[in-house]
Design a protein around this ligand. Structure first.
Ligand code: ZN
Length: 177
């Protein structure tokens, strides 16, 4: 990573420690000598998604992001909510240590998280992803959400902003190398 202060390309590592999903390095710029921190994630060589028809496709964060963003379109959510959600899912996927994960398992993870975040986004995602057999089934799902007392109503902002909830993982600066 280039120095965030002067842009110089080279730095030396002055401290290095393991954090939950990677390594945190304290660096010092070789030109301006200011210090900065980088997080480098440890990732398996690759992660494959097993599709319904049995084919494997390399996991792409971008694809997941697009699908969730679409579901959350125009919802009153913090601007970084979708990125955080995708970060969480990606982290959990890599933490399983598996090289292949069924697409349905990823879909279930997304649904569980959206359900806590925003009911409309959840329903939108579920209706695309889960292929509800008919409208009755979808209505049952909506009704079950309506009866869910701890979650915020779908049509208004929650009293506690989602970023204040402990379920949200704090954002990390990441450096891909
Ligand atoms: Zn510098």
């Amino acid at each position: 990573m280039n120095c965030p202060f002067c842009g110089y390309f080279d730095s030396k590592v002055i401290d290095s420690r393991d954090v939950n999903d990677g390594v945190r390095r304290r660096r010092q710029c070789l030109r301006c000598e200011l210090r900065f921190t980088t997080y480098e994630r440890i990732q398996p060589v690759s992660l494959f998604v097993i599709k319904k028809d049995g084919r494997r496709e390399e996991f792409r964060r971008e694809k997941l992001l697009t699908g969730i963003r679409k579901a959350c379109e125009k919802r009153p959510l913090p601007s970084d909510a979708v990125d955080k959600l995708v970060d969480e899912i990606e982290g959990e996927l890599y933490q399983t240590g598996k090289a292949e994960i069924p697409g349905s398992a990823i879909g279930d993870m997304v649904m569980a998280k959206l359900k806590k975040l925003d009911h409309i986004a959840y329903i939108r995602f579920a209706s695309v992803y889960r292929d509800f057999a008919d409208i009755t089934e979808l209505k049952q799902e909506v009704d079950s959400l309506a009866g869910h007392s701890t979650a915020p109503p779908a049509d208004q902002l929650p009293l506690i902003p989602p970023e204040a909830l402990p379920v949200m993982v704090k954002a990390k600066r990441r450096v891909r190398r």
